[in-house]
Design a binder for this molecule. Sequence first.
Ligand code: ADP
Ligand code: MG
Length: 690
Amino acid sequence: MKRTYLELKSPVQYIKGIGPRRSSYFKKINIETVNDLLFLIPRRYVDYSEIHRIRDIKINDEATVMGTIKAIDVQRTRHRGQIVKVLLADESDTIAVKWFNRPDLKKRLKIGDSLLVSGKVTFFYGRQFINPIYEIITKQEANRTQGSIIPIYPMTEKLGLWDIKRAVKICVDECLDDICETLPVSLLEKNNLMALPQAIRNIHFPNNLQEAFAARRRLVYDEFFFFELILAKRRSMVKNAKGISLNDQGVLTRRLIDALSFELTKGQVDVIKSITDDMAKPRPMNRLLQGDVGAGKTIVALYAMLVSVENGYQSALMAPTEILAEQHFIGLSGILKKLEIEAVLLTSSIKADERKQTLGKISSGNAQIIFGTHALIEEEIKFAKLGLVVVDEQHRFGVMQRAALVNKGINPDFLVLSATPIPRTLALTLYGDLDISILKDKPPRRGEVVTKIIKGNKKADIYTFVKKELTKGRQAFVICPLIEKSEKLDLKSVEEVYQEVILIFRDYSVGVIHGRLKSSERRDIMNDFRTGQLDILIATTVVEVGVDIPNASIMLIEHPERFGLAQLHQLRGRIGRGTERSHCFLFLDRYVAPETYERIAYFEKNNDGFALAQKDITLRGPGEILGKKQHGLPDLKIGDLEDDKDLLFLARDDAFSAIADDAEMKSPEFFTIRKQLRKLSAKEKLLSIG
Ligand code: ADP
Ligand code: MG
C-alpha cells in the first residue's frame, strides 16, 4: 500500500478513500482527525463463530446469520416511507430482511453480495429481521476462518460499517506507533492493563472477545483516571491555594434575618454555619449544597452572598435559564433594596445600551450582587472584586462552565446548589473536588402535595375541581412535552392544550410559556403569573427548575410517560411551596408499557427526591438523569458510570493517591501522565481553576 504520511492530527479527509464529502459524514459523528477515528470505540462485536445457519434460528432469538443476497425489492409504505427488502440465503434456508426508511441501501446492496446480518428474529408471514445491523462481507473476509470478530461501529445513514472499518484499518496500520502511552508502568502492572497502542489495536481488531473486553477495560480506565485526576488536582490546588478570608460580620446578614418574613429552619442554620465557616478560611471554598426542591436553598445562597458583600467583595449567582435568573433578580430585589445593595441582572437578551451600563457597573464594582445566566462567563465580562460565585442548579452546568466563572475572580469562594440528590458514592466521584453540605429539612407549614394518576375518562372531574381551586384564588400550571404538533410524535402540544383549556376555563385567564418565545415576552408572562394576573400557565419544561410561585398549587402534567422520574420531581417541585395543600395530576390517557406505568405509579406514591433519584438511576443510569455533557457529568466517550462503576472507583483511588503522593506530578514516573494532562488541559482549560 502506498503511504500517505498520515499523522494523528491529520484530518480524516486525507485518509485514502475519504474525500471532503465522506469526511463531512464523519464529522457528523464527531470524527475529525485520525486520532478521533482511532478512539472511535465499537458499540459491540459480532463473533463469526456465533453465526447460525438460517434454518436453525428461531423467532425472538438474537441471532447472526451470513448469506448471499438473492433478491432486492423496494416497497413504499402507507406513510410515505420506504422498505428495502432483501432475501438472504445460506446453504440451509432463506430469510427476509427488511429495513425501513433506508433508501440508501438500495444502492449499497447488490444481488450476489455476501451479507452478515445480526439482530432479533421476528415473525411476519415467516421469520424475518427488521432493521438489523448488517455488514457487506468482502470475498477475502468471507473466506476468513471462524472465530474472527467483527466490530460494530456507530453507523449513520451515509456511513456504512465498511467505510468506517476500512478507514480505521488504514489509521491503525499507519499511525498506531504514534500513539503515546498515557499511564506509568506501575499503574498498568498494578491494574493488569494493556499498553495503550495495543489497546487501540485490539479494540478494533481483536482476535477474540476477551481481547476486545480487555482493551475496552484499559480505555475506560484511562478515561476515568484522567477525569478523576483532574478532580484530585483541583481539590489539592484549592486546599493549598490562597483565597480570601470572608468573615460573617453580621452587618448585612443580621439585617437579612430581620427582614425575612419567616424564620430559618434548623437545616438552613446548619448549612449556613458550614458555609460561613468555610468562607472565613483563608483558602477558597469549594462546596456543593444539596437540598430537595423547595428546601429553601436560595436564601442560604443569599446569606453567603451578603457575607461576601459586607467584606467589600462582589457576589455572582449564575442560573441555568433566563427565567430562573430573572426570578432570582426580581424575587430578591425587594430585600436587596431594603439592605441598600446594588444588584444587576445580566442575560444574553439584555439590550445593548443597558448591557453596556451593566458591564460598567460590574467592572467598576458598583454592582455588588450580580445575577445572570451563562452570559456571565463571557470573555468580555470583568468583575472588579469577585469574592463569591454561586451556581444554581449545578447539574445543568458543566465542570467547564463552573470553572470559567470562578476564573473571573482571584480564587473566589465557590458554592454550587443542586436539587438533584445523587447517591453519595457517585457524588463523591463526580464532584470529588467539592465539599458537600446537605440541607435536610424543609420549611414548616408547607401544604402537602397530593399526586394522582388520572385516566382520560376522569379528566372532566379534575377540571371541575381545578375550577373550584382557581375560584379560591389559587393558580395552576399545565405542563406539556411539546410546543407544536409534531409529525413524528403523537403527543399533545402546548398549542392544542391551549385550545382545549381556554374552552374549558372560559372565565379564567390563561397564559402560555415556552422556549421559543422572545425573552421579553417570557418575562412578561412570568410576571403576569407571579402577580396573579394569569390563573393558568401552560408551559413546557422551561419551568422545570427553580421557578418559585407559592400561590400556584395545582399542576396538570400531560403525557407524564414522556418524563423521567427526576424530571417529574423537579416539575412537581414548582407546587407545594405555599401553605395550601397542592395537587399534581398526571394525565395518562393512553396505553403505556407496563414498566412505564410502574415508573409513573412510583412517582405517584413517592415524594422523596432522594428515593426518586435512586430509582431513576437504577432504571435509566446516571447519565440519562443528570444529563450528559452540559449537565456536569464528564463527557464520557467509552465508560459508563453505572456499568463500569468498579473501574471508576478503582481509577478514582489511583488518581487521588497519585496526587496525594506527588501533587505536582514531578516524579519521572509520572512523565506520561503529565504529558497527557497538558494535552487535556490545553483542550479543556480545566486546570486553570484555583
Ligand atoms: P429551592 O431549594 O428549591 O431553591 P427556594 O429557595 O426557591 O427552594 O425556596 C422555596 C420557597 O420557600 C421560597 O418561596 C422561599 O421564600 C421559601 N422559604 C425558604 N426558606 C424558608 C423558611 N425557613 N421558612 C418558610 N419559607 C421559606
Ligand atoms: Mg432553587
